[in-house]
Write a protein that binds this ligand. Structure first.
Ligand SMILES: *[C@@H]1O[C@H](CO)[C@@H](O)[C@H](O)[C@H]1NC(C)=O
Length: 289
C-alpha cells in the first residue's frame, strides 16, 4: 500500500457517513451465494459498489456488489453483499480495502462467511465450520495484504495472528447454533486459503491435509489479516459446499454450480443463525464495544 492510499479510505468512509445515519459496530462479509444474509437487515440503505468513491467493484458470479447498511433489531450493522477476490485480478490491498473502511466507520467486530471445500473426512456438505485458525497460503508466496508501507493509524508493523479468531465469539456461535438445533452440522477447524481460480488437484489436497487444514477456499484470510491489524474482533465461518476429490478413480468434479446449490439450500439456516448470533454479540459485548 503506497502512502496516500489510506487517504482514499478516509474519503470513502466520510462519503458513506454523510449518506447514512447508521453507525455500525458489526460488519458482515458475505461469501459466495450468501449475499442473502444482507436480507436479515431492516431499514436498509444500499450502496452499489460502483457508486462508492474509490471502492473496488465485484465481478464473480454469485456476488452482487452492494454495501448494505441497516438494523438488526436495534443493532446497527453493515453488510458487504459480494466481496473481492484475489483471483479476480485485484491486489491484496484492493481485496481488503473495505475492511479498513469499516474500521474508519467505527466497526468493532467483523463477521466473515465463505463457501469452502472440506478436506477433513468427517465433514459433510451443508456443515458449518467455525474457523479457529487459518493457513495463509498466498502469504507463503509473498501475497500478504500488509506488505508495503505500514500506516500506524491502522496498526503495528508486525501484527500477531495467533489469536486471529476470537474464542469468545466462537463460544457464542456454538451456543447460538445449539439453541437453533444446528449443533450436529457444526464443526470447528482450520481454513486454508489458496488464490484460485482453479480448484485443487488431488495431490494439492493431500498436501493441505498433511498441513492440518480442514477446509479450503479462495477468500477470507486477507480480510481477516487486515481486520486483526486494525484491532477488529473477528468471527469467521465456512459453509461446506463440497467435499474435495481425494481419489484418482473418483468421477466427482469440483464446480461452482455445486457451491451455489448448497448455499441456496442452507441460506435460511445461515440467515437465522447470523441474526441470532449478532443479537447475542450485542447482548454480550455491547458494554465493551
Ligand atoms: C476432522 O474434524 C474432526 C471434528 O471436528 C476432528 O476431531 C479431527 O481432528 C479432524 N481430522 C483431522 C485429520 O484433522
Amino acid at each position: 500500500m503506497f502512502p496516500g492510499d489510506n487517504d482514499y479510505i478516509k474519503l470513502t468512509a466520510d462519503w458513506l457517513l454523510e449518506r447514512t445515519k447508521i453507525r455500525p459496530k458489526v460488519a458482515i462479509i458475505c461469501g459466495s451465494g450468501l449475499g442473502g444474509l444482507a436480507e436479515v437487515l431492516d431499514d436498509k440503505t444500499d450502496f452499489p459498489y460502483s457508486d462508492i468513491p474509490h471502492f473496488p467493484t465485484s465481478t464473480a458470479p454469485g456476488h452482487a456488489g452492494q454495501l448494505v447498511f441497516g438494523r438488526l433489531e436495534d443493532h446497527e450493522c453493515v453488510c458487504m453483499k459480494g466481496r473481492f477476490h484475489f483471483y479476480e485480478g485485484y491486489s491484496m490491498h484492493k481485496v481488503t480495502y473495505p475492511v479498513r473502511v469499516f474500521f474508519l466507520l467505527g466497526v468493532k467486530t467483523l463477521i466473515v462467511t465463505n463457501a469452502a471445500g472440506a478436506l477433513n473426512g468427517s465433514y459433510k456438505v451443508g456443515d458449518f465450520m467455525l474457523i479457529k485458525d487459518h493457513i495463509n497460503m498466498p502469504g507463503f508466496a509473498g501475497q500478504n495484504p500488509l506488505c508495503g508501507h505500514n500506516d500506524e493509524r491502522f496498526g503495528v508493523r508486525f501484527p500477531c495472528m495467533s489469536d486471529a479468531y476470537d474464542p469468545d465469539l466462537r463460544a457464542l456461535a456454538k451456543q447460538t447454533a445449539k439453541e437453533q438445533g444446528l449443533d450436529r452440522f457444526l464443526k470447528q477447524g482450520v481454513y486454508c486459503m489458496l488464490s484460485g481460480p482453479t480448484f485443487e488437484t488431488i495431490a494439492e489436497c493431500k498436501v493441505l491435509q498433511t498441513l492440518g487444514a480442514d477446509a479450503v477456499g479462495m477468500s477470507t484470510v486477507p480480510e481477516v489479516v487486515v481486520a486483526r491489524h486494525c484491532g477488529l474482533r473477528v468471527f469467521a465461518m465456512s459453509l461446506i459446499t463440497n467435499i474435495v476429490v481425494r481419489d484418482y478413480d473418483s468421477n466427482e468434479k469440483a464446480n461452482h454450480e455445486e457451491v451455489l446449490e448448497t448455499t441456496a439450500l442452507r441460506t435460511e439456516d445461515l440467515q437465522t443463525f447470523i441474526r441470532n448470533f449478532i443479537t447475542k454479540i450485542y447482548d454480550n459485548y455491547w458494554v465493551s464495544l
